[in-house]
Design a protein around this ligand. Structure first.
Ligand code: G4P
Length: 282
């Protein structure tokens, strides 16, 4: 399976990031808790040199909680501040302001030594598309200050959202492009729905997800769809089609439909909390 991206958009996003990054002290980088490394763009380390860094494991509600904690430790060991959050429900959001202060402590200290007092920390949210940047900004700023579904390329004056007297947040998130030269990374991003399904082969993708689930979360599919256990991934899709009465021309099993059901259920968390990559594999 091959994935493509669009270099034009990528260049534009990178240019915007480079411009905005000059204005800020702290990068709040959102990653998807189900795939904390595959949903990162390593370029951020280069772009964000000399900035304070905070990594948020967003959509923590969709990933296994014990794994979330392992990933928080993993990033902390690498020198980042890190916390798990659920931006949709507001879980973990309340504590963020103090985490932001903590992440910027060195910077604030340096300012103090230079005699700069009471200068607010300026922060920017960044992450790949669909990771939850707008949802997070809304949850943090409240009162729907930031529009959800911001699209790249919409230019407007820079707006700062004042979170409190110490922190200001840039209202437009930095859009990072996923790096998926590595097909494994591309596959995981496709599972979580961060690559448009139109460019993917739904059945092939779903079969890959079946293989992953059967070896890492055995029994989940059988229980969810009330199907017998089978080794073969396509056999499993046929069983799901049968169990969910997905038929074409009245009698043939519609495995394409079954594949869509499986992917939708996984993305919505209906198969339970599932983490696709673990820190010890890295
Ligand atoms: P972006 O700015 O980074 O592109 O992402 P955006 O905020 O638009 O969020 C993308 C999708 O992820 C949205 O779902 C949003 O509700 C969901 N989301 C964001 N944070 C969380 C979280 O912590 N947990 C869960 N479970 N979902 C989260 P959508 O399907 O596009 O919209 P909707 O169904 O919420 O209306």
């Amino acid at each position: 399976m091959h994935f493509q991206w669009y270099p034009g958009h990528m260049t534009k996003a990178r240019r915007m990031m480079q411009e905005n990054i000059k204005l800020i002290d702290l990068i709040i980088e959102l990653v998807d808790a189900r795939v904390p490394l595959s949903s990162r763009n390593p370029d951020i380390d280069e772009l964000g040199r000399n900035k304070a860094r905070l990594i948020l494991l967003n959509k923590a509600d969709l990933a296994e909680d014990a794994r979330n904690d392992e990933w928080v430790d993993f990033f902390k060991k690498k020198g980042y501040s890190a916390v798990k959050v659920n931006s949709k429900k507001g879980g973990g959001i309340k504590s963020i302001q103090s985490v932001i202060q903590e992440a910027c402590r060195e910077k604030t200290e340096r300012d103090r030594k230079k005699g700069i007092l009471n200068r607010p920390v300026r922060a920017m949210v960044a992450g790949i598309p669909n990771v939850g940047k707008s949802t997070f900004i809304n949850a943090l700023a409240g009162k729907a200050c930031a529009k959800t579904g911001n699209k790249p390329g919409v230019t407007k004056g820079k707006q700062w959202i004042r979170l409190n007297k110490n922190v200001e947040l840039l209202d437009t998130p930095g859009i990072l492009w996923p790096k998926f030269e590595d097909q494994e990374v591309g596959l995981k991003l496709a599972f979580i729905g961060s690559i448009k399904d139109e460019i993917l082969q739904t059945e092939e993708l779903a079969a890959e997800l079946v293989k992953f689930l059967n070896s890492n979360y055995p029994g989940v599919l059988e229980e969810k769809y009330d199907i017998p256990s089978v080794e073969d991934a396509y056999g499993c899709l046929r069983n799901i089609a049968e169990s969910r009465h997905c038929l074409v021309r009245g009698s043939e099993l519609d495995t394409e439909k079954a594949a869509s059901i499986l992917l939708d259920d996984f993305r919505a968390g209906k198969l339970g909390r599932i983490t696709l990559e673990r820190p010890e594999e890295k």
